[in-house]
Ligand binder design. Structure first.
Ligand SMILES: [Zn+2]
Length: 444
């Protein structure tokens, strides 16, 4: 195997990484042609300038949603999808270094974005550059796409897909090696049913987490508390309210959590048997795979459906629940939604769509996955790590025939979204080598 990455190449990549880490690029109020604020726009401008100087042909969306850098020619386009936005540094006291400045210390590169996702994106740019420096020509067009709204709502790539032609294959270096070839479909919705004059509830939570606690301060508290104890649910009663304790986990792992809202609803259904939505929740039960409602929904690739009910609001006018479903990649979305709608109908409940993100699925016997896996194994000697599936979401799923590939090794400590975010130079070097070899095998 040829050695593409030299000290010189990595040093140049680190120097340019410093330029984009030096720009705080978390989401802020929109400005003209900067839909996510001045930070993401400035980081986008900067990375395009870097790519331009390395010989790429660059383009910036006139409205500022995204940009890209092209090099090479061919009938097909190989995409590399990264992002220039980041989460804020958070509590500065928790940092040992200045977050918006690249600091090298003990062989590690510190700064917001070094792991997520400025470091991996810059590594991929220089991996392409390293192949060019060896005098090779690409047989495909290589397009490095820079998003600016990954951490919030992905509006950047929604715009990209509206305005640009799809890629033919590609990678999103924004997760872990070896690779993620399947991500479940992500459906967030409301279930809306009849209201109640007997019981008012306002249990609000985020869609994407199993609620770890639920407070009840309504009528018949002693009876409700007794019902909770009757079900062996963990709860405290004091100062005129009841707190039900559950276990909060991310919605994609909902079956591993304990849903405090559902537990409270089950107990309430014993005390208020006429409130229809509570009967629904009682029958739905504590099964976050939705089996009681829908039967077994699963496939051989990505496993079982997860079904998280995160909120419950009851007013005299209506009852309303937020649900988050992670749908197995081979399950037909429209059929599933019809199944849900039909199943809740007998409780007087209607299904309302909020947001849907289609799944990612590139079969493991595809050329793309086989080549990337082989490259990873050849360069690391790690033949144990398998291609992964995830209930989470990367940019890979916004693109045709694209998988999440790196840039973190299985042994890299995860500092994404945390204080003291850093990436070791050794791990960065390994990621660059893997990217270069993979792009060489796929595009030269
Ligand atoms: Zn990211």
């Amino acid at each position: 195997m040829e050695k593409f990455i030299t000290d010189e190449i990595q040093d140049a990549a680190i120097k340019d990484l410093g330029k984009i880490v030096g720009i705080a690029s978390y989401n802020e109020d929109a400005q003209p042609n900067a839909p996510f604020g001045k930070g993401p726009k400035a980081a986008l401008d900067q990375v395009l300038e870097i790519a331009e100087n390395l010989g790429f042909k660059t383009f910036e969306d006139p409205e500022g949603y995204y940009g890209y850098a092209d090099i090479g020619e061919g009938d097909q386009t190989f995409g590399i999808v990264g992002h220039m936005d980041e989460v804020p540094a958070g509590n500065l006291e928790a940092w040992d270094v200045e977050p918006y400045q690249l600091t090298e210390k003990d062989g590690k590169l510190y700064g917001r974005g070094t792991q997520d996702d400025k470091g991996p994106t810059m590594s991929a740019i220089y991996a392409v550059k390293a192949i060019l420096d060896k005098g090779y020509k690409f047989n495909k067009k290589i397009r490095i796409i820079f998003g600016t709204d990954e951490e919030i709502l992905w509006r950047c790539l929604a715009e990209y897909n509206k305005k640009e032609d799809p890629i033919d294959l590609g990678i999103a270096p924004d997760a872990d090696f070896p690779l993620i070839y399947a991500e479940k479909g992500l459906q967030q919705s409301y279930l809306v049913g009849p209201g109640s004059t007997e019981l008012n509830l306002d249990l609000e939570n985020a869609f994407n987490a199993v609620p770890g606690k639920a407070i009840y301060d309504g009528p018949k508290q002693d009876e409700v508390f007794a019902a909770l104890k009757n079900h062996n649910f963990d709860a405290d009663q004091k100062d005129g309210s009841i707190e039900v304790h559950g276990k909060s986990v991310h919605a994609m792992n909902a079956p591993e959590g304990v849903n405090a809202v559902v537990r409270l609803a089950i107990a309430l259904s014993d005390v208020f048997p006429d409130v229809k939505v509570l009967q629904f929740l009682k029958e739905f039960g504590e099964d976050a795979n939705g089996t009681n409602l829908l039967g077994d929904v699963s496939d051989d690739v990505s496993g079982r459906l997860t079904f998280n009910i995160s909120s419950l609001k009851i007013t005299p006018e209506e009852s309303r629940m937020q649900i988050d479903m992670r749908i197995p990649v081979k399950v037909d979305h429209d059929e599933l939604i019809k199944h849900v709608s039909d199943s809740v109908e007998k409780y007087g409940i209607k299904y309302e769509n909020y947001d849907y993100v289609a799944p990612l699925y590139v079969p493991t016997d595809s050329e793309l996955v086989k080549t990337l896996m082989q490259t990873y194994q050849d360069l690391t000697g790690d033949t144990k790590s398998e291609p992964a599936i995830s209930g989470g979401a990367t940019f890979a799923r916004t693109m045709n025939n694209c998988v999440a590939f790196g840039g973190m090794l299985p042994t890299t400590p995860n500092y994404m979204h945390q204080a003291n975010e850093n990436w070791s130079k050794a791990d960065m070097r390994k990621a660059m080598e893997i990217f270069a070899e993979a792009i060489y095998r796929l595009c030269v």
